[in-house]
Design a protein around this ligand. Structure first.
Ligand SMILES: [Mn+2]
Length: 281
């Protein structure tokens, strides 16, 4: 099935964030498959690409992590415009805003005009936590409990893959069912869309909270491209200017016919499919 997908996903724009290269929970294998399957005119790297916090705690740099960077450089060499908007885990790179690493432009925030004429603000999103006077995600995403959840997620998915089942994020499922997490996600989304509205944008694309989403909040298009430590998602714009969330574990399992999915649907569908599969066994 993967062969059928390779090279076939062609988009005007792709947004990726929260890859966390250098962290042992980074799903670099999936990301390499995804990067091998796509073509795009512009690639936005929306922060937390390299996890400098994690690397400073414990050095972890397998060959696939270099391969991810190599693939991004290849895309840039091949004519894809690559823009890197650093996040809080690669904050040091914010010192280089306005410069370029080879063909990769570094920007604190970026602006994108879609083929449908929508003006989108692109920013990692950690700044919204400061504004809402809450650093719930920054604290949680760096905490021992999130690490434990990701370890559990890995063990669970090893079991799933042994059973021949596709990757499914237990961590995301757990977050959906914790009321505090849902409230924190909601206030982050409200702050992000309010910021876009104040600055007269039609929408905003961000990452940071590891919660892929695409919805309208009081007339503002709120898009979160998700992450590559639990969800393995990207945001993409078609040639006609339509935005869609790409959920790589589902795409690679079902082929390119199954593209659009918001995260709630994805989680519900995955849970239903898992329950159905269990029931038929
Ligand atoms: Mn972040």
């Amino acid at each position: 099935m993967l062969q059928a997908v390779a090279g076939s996903l062609s988009y005007r724009t792709i947004w990726l964030s929260d890859i966390h290269l250098g962290d042992r929970h980074c799903k670099a294998d999936y990301l390499l498959e995804f990067l091998g399957a796509i073509r795009c005119e512009t690639l936005f790297l929306v922060g937390d690409i390299v996890d400098l916090w994690s690397l400073s705690n414990r050095w972890h740099w397998p060959a696939q992590h270099s391969a991810v960077l190599r693939r991004v450089l290849e895309l840039a060499d091949g004519g894809t415009r690559v823009v890197f908007v650093p996040g809080n885990h690669d904050e040091l790179i914010r010192d280089f805003v306005g410069n370029a690493f080879g063909k990769i432009a570094i920007e604190r925030q970026a602006v994108h005009v879609s083929a449908a004429g929508k003006r989108l603000l692109i920013t990692h999103g950690d700044e919204f936590e400061t504004w809402i006077r809450c650093s719930a995600f920054t604290r949680f995403l760096g905490s021992a409990s999130y690490g434990a959840l990701l370890r559990l997620n890995r063990a669970y998915n090893r079991w799933r893959s042994w059973r021949g089942k596709p990757y499914w994020s237990l961590a995301t499922y757990v977050k959906h069912r914790v009321a505090n997490a849902r409230r924190a996600i909601d206030s982050f989304e409200q702050a992000a869309s309010a910021h876009a509205r104040e600055r007269d944008f039609d929408g905003i694309v961000c990452g940071h909270i590891h919660h892929p989403s695409q919805r309208e909040i009081d007339g503002i298009l709120y898009c979160n491209d998700g992450d590559w430590v639990e969800n393995c998602t990207a945001l993409a714009e078609t040639a006609a200017g339509a935005l869609e969330l790409l959920h790589w574990p589902r795409l690679r399992a079902h082929g390119p016919g199954l593209r659009a999915a918001n995260d709630h649907e994805a989680a519900t569908a995955a849970a239903a499919a898992a329950a159905a599969a269990a029931a038929t066994r």
